[in-house]
Design a protein around this ligand. Structure first.
Ligand code: BES
Ligand code: MG
Ligand code: ZN
Length: 501
């Protein structure tokens, strides 16, 4: 169940629970101070009893208020009083507040204002609502018994400028709608999401918002000689699709920004079949394509004045009598030949054709691809950071800046000749996995992709470790699919192409 309503108010409503803050030095936020004075030091007494200090950022505690107006007080740790709070902090604050307040089964009001933290802009208040909204999402559509513990329905946020806060929130709510779409699609199992059904959802979700959705079926892809993508698809009864999304919000003369997503709706490994353990997680192997779709929803809902194209390369990777074999050699759309040494290195093969097609057909100013490409990136960066690879320092810096501004962490990884040589083949132009003595599997994968972008400004984000969390509290999401990348790339577009924020 998603939080039903977030509103902005300039006076504290006299009901439900109220949320205030405390810093590590014991200083209370202004509204907390007021309540403490009105109620004879009630906060100080309770904090002592609960041994709660404000040292741990965003840790919460709550206690009942013996007061005719409010039922509970929720206190949030705000850490160092000199800390400069950012939008990411406010997003995390909102998520923490949601987690604390939803246990209490009553409406809640956040009484921590931007000005309390010396921030002049009221827009930042909207990030509290955004964080709470993101945190409230869960994937429970197949559960007959919904989780009754989560019951916060209305969250109000105190602000000195209701209009500005609400306007900023309207945009963030649309962004959240995109993130929720990504989370939903990535969570859905592979018997529900397969190339055909995902292509249909793209049309249903986006056409009415003004996105032009073009769907290439197998014959069209054959005509284009997308043999690398088709080789992966040939083992499955589910036929592939290439979905092309066009958002033309900018001037006709402006070159588009292109996003390409790996959409393997299930990755069994093919003939190089994966071990049984954890194979079910490969229902998430379309997260790159799911992110592109969610991003387009956010862009279209907010009518960004830019031109964007999105490509979702959709296949299922299965072993069967028609499946490709280790040792096969295929000629990709670019004309370059690939020796398939592992059918489990399928993501790079479908992206090879999708990337080539993107640069060849649209001449984009930049291409960013997203893919759950390698297990090796999870070994290198865990679940906190996605791996960022790029042939352009400036583009890598732009994406890193957006990463800082959104809290969706990326870490730039190196690329080099050494790794490029490691994918040369004796019998074809390249092999789809590195030679045995070449380690750094995420880098060889990125080098492989680089051969298909024809020197265009390009970045590849390996999201294998971050698209879902099995526990913990990453990316303002409790458990399950994170929707990683939608906020990051939305910010990247706004920051670099819209001209103002
Ligand atoms: N989809 C996987 C990568 C993956 C692994 C995503 C773990 C999420 C979690 C990809 O298609 C794959 O199988 N990669 C292989 C490449 C290898 C054969 C060179 C891998 O990482 O093991
Ligand atoms: Mg694979
Ligand atoms: Zn895969």
């Amino acid at each position: 169940m998603v939080l039903e309503k977030v509103s902005f108010v300039d006076k504290l409503p006299k009901k439900g629970s109220v949320i205030v803050g405390i810093h590590s030095d014991g200083s209370l936020s202004p509204n907390a101070k007021k309540i403490d004075e009105d109620l004879n030091g009630i906060i100080a007494k309770n904090l002592n009893k609960l041994k709660f200090t404000g040292k741990t950022l965003f840790k919460t505690c709550s206690f009942p208020l013996c007061n005719e107006y409010y039922n509970h007080l929720i206190i949030v740790g705000l850490g160092d009083p000199n800390r400069e709070f950012s939008r990411v902090d406010f997003k995390k604050l909102g998520a923490a507040i949601y987690a604390g307040a939803s246990k209490l089964d009553e409406d809640a009001t956040v009484a921590i204002e931007a000005s309390d933290l010396h921030i002049p802009c009221n827009c930042i208040s909207s990030y509290v609502g955004f964080g709470a909204l993101l945190k409230s999402w869960s994937f429970d559509k197949y559960k007959s018994q919904k989780d009754e513990k989560i019951r916060l329905q209305n969250l109000a946020v105190l602000t000195s400028d209701v209009k500005v806060s609400q306007e900023c929130f309207d945009e963030l709510q649309n962004l959240a709608a995109g993130i929720f779409l990504t989370r939903l699609l990535v969570s859905e199992p592979a018997n529900v999401i397969y190339p055909e059904s995902l292509a249909k959802i793209a049309t249903e979700e986006l056409s009415h918002l003004g996105v032009d959705v073009e769907i290439l079926e197998q014959p069209a892809m054959e005509k284009l000689c997308m043999n690398a993508l088709l080789a992966v698809a040939q083992g499955s009864a589910n036929r592939p699709r290439l979905v092309v999304l066009h958002w033309n919000g900018g001037k006709e003369s402006e070159l588009p920004v292109a996003f390409v997503g790996k959409g393997v709706t299930f990755d069994s490994g093919g003939i190089s079949i994966k071990p049984d353990e954890g194979m079910h997680e490969m229902i998430h192997d379309m997260a790159g394509a799911g992110t592109v779709l969610g991003l387009f929803k956010a862009v279209a809902l907010n009518k960004l004045p830019i031109n964007v194209v999105g490509l979702m390369a959709l296949v299922e990777n299965m072993p069967s009598g028609t499946a490709q074999r280790p040792g096969d050699i295929v000629r990709s759309m670019s004309g370059q030949t690939i020796e398939v040494l592992s059918t489990d290195a399928e993501g790079r093969m479908i992206l090879a054709d999708a990337l080539w097609y993107a640069q060849d057909r649209f001449n984009p100013s930049v291409i960013v691809d997203l893919a759950t490409l390698t297990g090796a990136i999870v070994v290198a960066l865990g679940h906190e950071f996605a791996g960022l690879f790029s042939n352009c320092d400036n583009l890598a810096e732009q994406l890193s800046k957006s990463s800082c501004q959104t809290g969706e962490n990326v870490w730039r990884m190196p690329m080099s000749e050494h790794f490029d040589e490691g994918i040369n083949s004796d019998v074809a132009d390249m092999r789809n996995i590195g030679k045995p003595n070449i380690r750094g599997g995420s880098i060889t994968a990125a080098q492989f992709l680089k051969r298909f972008v024809n020197d265009k400004r390009w970045a590849h984000i390996d999201i294998a470790g971050v698209e879902h969390v099995s526990d913990g509290d990453l990316f303002v999401c409790s458990k399950g699919s994170t929707g990683f990348g939608v906020h990051l790339l939305y910010d990247f577009l706004k920051e670099n192409y819209v001209g103002h924020k």
